[in-house]
Design a protein around this ligand. Structure first.
Ligand SMILES: *Cc1c(COP(=O)(O)O)cnc(C)c1O
Length: 248
């Protein structure tokens, strides 16, 4: 069982890498410009460790407490250096705990969170890389700043000297087909272009576009994603509904 599990995760990871490479080739992009983050929600540490031993080096968790435990367990199972991003909805009372294990928060989506992170980082005398999460699909069930409010939130992040804005993130529309996601994924790129055009951010603040999941990673790459976040394609279906992680 353990043996077949191991080859299964490694094989699925290789298949995702092939999908990324093929999408890059079709859109004339350098595969080195697209990083793969594995979304590990609900996945036990042993299976995450298999992916790490098969070469995965960037992981993302949605829940602060799950992240603390897995960060430690995967570290001791693999003895490898891996980078952990926080990709879920961050409550302000969890800010101190998220800073214990995650090197980047992809889901900065509101002014109170910016202020809370800034205060905590001052207290710890350190800085943190962040992405701004944009709600590009207008679905009430998901977090992220509305594109119209993105300029104000970007200004707020830039004014917080302990936060280093590095990119934008979106979940996108979870539709019946990959093409259904295209307008929402394109909207992240257009939000970036608008922020640049209006002089609100500089290139260095929006180097990363984090978008694309198991169902739509090819479309995301065509729309200029620099980081795709994949769970199901590597770890299989999850036992719990995603509404647990993207509450209404
Ligand atoms: C679960 C999750 C993913 C990965 O989704 P899959 O469809 O399983 O690939 C990506 N991003 C976020 C924020 C997630 O919560």
């Amino acid at each position: 069982m353990a043996e077949s599990g191991l080859s299964e995760v490694a094989g699925r990871l290789a298949e995702v890498r092939r999908r990324i490479a093929a999408a890059c080739e079709r859109s004339g992009r350098d595969p080195a410009g697209v990083r793969l983050l594995l979304a590990t929600k609900t996945v036990p540490p042993e299976r995450i460790a298999e992916a790490v031993l098969a070469g995965a080096s960037l992981l993302g968790e949605n829940k602060v407490q799950e992240g603390i435990a897995k960060h430690r367990q995967v570290g001791s199972l693999t003895a490898r250096m891996v980078e952990w991003h926080f990709i879920g909805h961050l409550q302000t009372n969890k800010v101190a705990d998220v800073l214990k294990w995650s090197s980047l928060v992809q889901s900065v989506d509101r002014p109170e969170l910016v202020d809370k992170l800034q205060r905590r980082l001052e207290h710890e005398d350190r800085t943190l890389d962040v992405y701004m999460q944009v709600n590009t699909s207008a679905e009430a069930s998901k977090f992220g700043v509305h594109p119209d409010a993105a300029p104000d939130l970007a200004r707020r992040i830039l004014a917080a000297d302990r936060l280093a804005l590095r990119g934008l993130m979106t979940i996108g529309l979870l539709g019946a087909t990959p093409e259904a996601a295209r307008p929402s994924l394109r909207a992240l790129r257009l939000t970036r272009d608008r922020l640049l055009h209006e002089g609100i951010v500089r290139d260095e603040h929006v180097q990363e576009l984090s978008m694309g999941m198991t169902g739509d990673l090819e479309v995301a790459i065509e729309e200029c994603a620099t980081l795709v976040r994949v769970g199901t394609a590597v770890f299989g279906p999850r036992p719990t509904p995603d509404t647990l992680y993207w509450p209404v």
